[in-house]
Design a binder for this molecule. Structure first.
Ligand code: GDP
Ligand code: MN
Length: 436
């Protein structure tokens, strides 16, 4: 979960970091009237994406006319495609110099790393590219709850060497670094970043910006922290820039989903490749299906078969969720065929087949893209599922024409996947011939 800047700052403050005085978070120009403003103020666009400064989302106002003008303009702005719903008003601070400071997890090693630079205010990637010698980085290997004093001191010494003005605030800096490390550990963050951390003209160290990304897997342990800053722990706010359209949609509905293709929203398919969408019963089965599609593709189809997604229905998905899982893949521009499997343990085969058939009927009526489905059902409620399936097949011929479900253990999944792939290629061939 990615937090808004004002929320991240409130958490940082609880851990002893100094932040600019927050005046209000507003959503309309009218709300400006109700705020007591000590000019100059900063007006900051609250979007879950970086680089707001360059995009016109960070402005300073010296009087109320300016503030009104900026607020009304900024509320109409979009930043990298994302509309701005909220603005943070806070008292401006006088900048003498800008520092970069972060505590994150190295995605390659999962070690905790602290990074700092006396050349803050710009992207760390840009500093790394243009002046790598300006970056100090340290890997914390022992997963300490408290940052070892010697490491904080080393970081401060580096910063002072790069900018001697910081000597006057060496203790504040050391506390700041240790506090940010405590935030990282105690709120179970993935990213804690302050850019810029500001040295003011009267020698204060203040976090002028704040980025905080929490680990979704530990949110349940952080419920009281979230409530303390008015966030519903159930809310599902994400780093919008990280997810594909389909991942975001699945997350909203409530099932794990990953796209395996790059740029799936605008995917350009290759003519000779068969793209397979997967609706497995569980996570383990999801991984197996991906491997098996690749394996059979390599063995029998010249390596021309590509699985497009990972999915997990979770235990006992309700009917509507089952339908949504199929809709998602049939709306996906890459999908040629769908392979599914229901090993009913906790889950009911009956609910599964009803959800699947509902999706196909709805799509047929709405004139949406229909995609062949191959699969198998085994387990709980199989008898009811079987009679529902057979009856449905007779009653609604056309919508279920390309639904091929094996009932029971007569066939192993590998054979069903292979049948599906063969059928998919056959359809592709027919379409090509039909087109010529
Ligand atoms: P970002 O572009 O999304 O990272 O937004 P920031 O909050 O980092 O703001 C961008 C830049 O605006 C900072 O690097 C500062 O130079 C400037 N800025 C932010 N807050 C203040 C402030 O209180 N006073 C002044 N003078 N400048 C600020
Ligand atoms: Mn920033």
């Amino acid at each position: 979960m990615k937090l808004y800047e004002y929320e991240a700052k409130q958490i940082f403050e609880k851990f002893g970091l100094t932040i600019p005085k927050q005046i209000a978070v507003i959503e309309t120009t009218e709300e400006l009237e109700f705020s007591t403003l000590n000019f100059p103020i900063m007006i900051k666009a609250m979007v879950l994406i970086g680089g707001r400064g360059k995009a016109g989302g960070i402005k300073k106002a010296d009087n109320s006319d300016e503030a009104k003008q900026i607020v009304s303009e900024m509320l109409d702005l979009t930043i990298h495609g994302y509309p701005i719903d909220k603005l943070l008003l806070e008292e401006a601070v006088d900048i003498a110099s800008e520092i970069y400071l972060s505590v994150t997890t190295d995605p390659a090693t999962f070690d905790v790393v602290i990074v700092t630079s006396a050349s803050g205010g710009i992207d760390i990637e840009e500093i790394a590219r243009t002046k790598p010698e300006e970056i100090w980085k340290n890997t914390i290997l022992d997963n300490s709850k408290v940052l070892p004093d010697s490491i904080a001191q080393e970081a401060v010494d580096f910063l002072i060497k790069k900018n001697p003005d910081l000597k006057a605030v060496d203790n504040q800096l050391k506390t700041t670094i240790s506090s940010l490390f405590s935030v990282f550990q105690q709120v179970e963050a993935k990213v804690c970043e302050i850019n810029p951390l500001i040295l003011t003209k009267n020698n204060k160290i203040i976090a002028a910006d704040a980025k905080l990304v929490l680990d979704d897997n530990s949110l349940y342990r952080q419920a009281s922290l979230l409530q303390s800053i008015d966030i519903d722990p159930q809310s599902k706010r994400h780093d919008v820039s990280e997810q594909t359209l389909f991942e975001a949609q699945a997350y909203k509905i409530g099932f794990p989903y990953l796209d395996l293709l790059d740029n799936p929203e605008n995917f350009i398919k290759k003519d000779d490749i068969l793209y397979v969408g997967l609706v497995p019963g569980g996570a383990g089965y999801g991984i197996f299906s991906i491997d098996e599609v690749v394996n059979l593709g390599n063995r029998y189809f010249d390596g021309k078969v590509v699985p497009i997604n990972f999915m997990d229905s979770g235990g006992g998905p309700p009917l509507a969720k089952v339908a949504d899982m199929f809709h998602l893949l049939m709306d996906h521009p890459a999908t040629d065929i769908v392979i599914t499997s229901r090993f009913g343990g906790i889950s009911s085969c009956d609910i599964f087949i009803q959800g699947l058939i509902m999706a196909l009927r709805d799509r047929f009526l709405a004139n949406k893209r229909m995609i062949p489905v191959f699969g198998r059902m085994v387990g709980t409620d199989l008898a009811a599922a079987k009679s529902f399936y057979e009856k449905a097949k007779k009653e609604t011929l056309e919508p279920l024409r390309d639904l091929h479900i094996t009932i029971g253990n007569k066939k192993i999944m590998a054979d069903i996947i292979r049948d599906g792939i063969e059928y998919g290629f056959e359809i592709k061939k027919q379409m090509k011939e039909g087109g010529n």
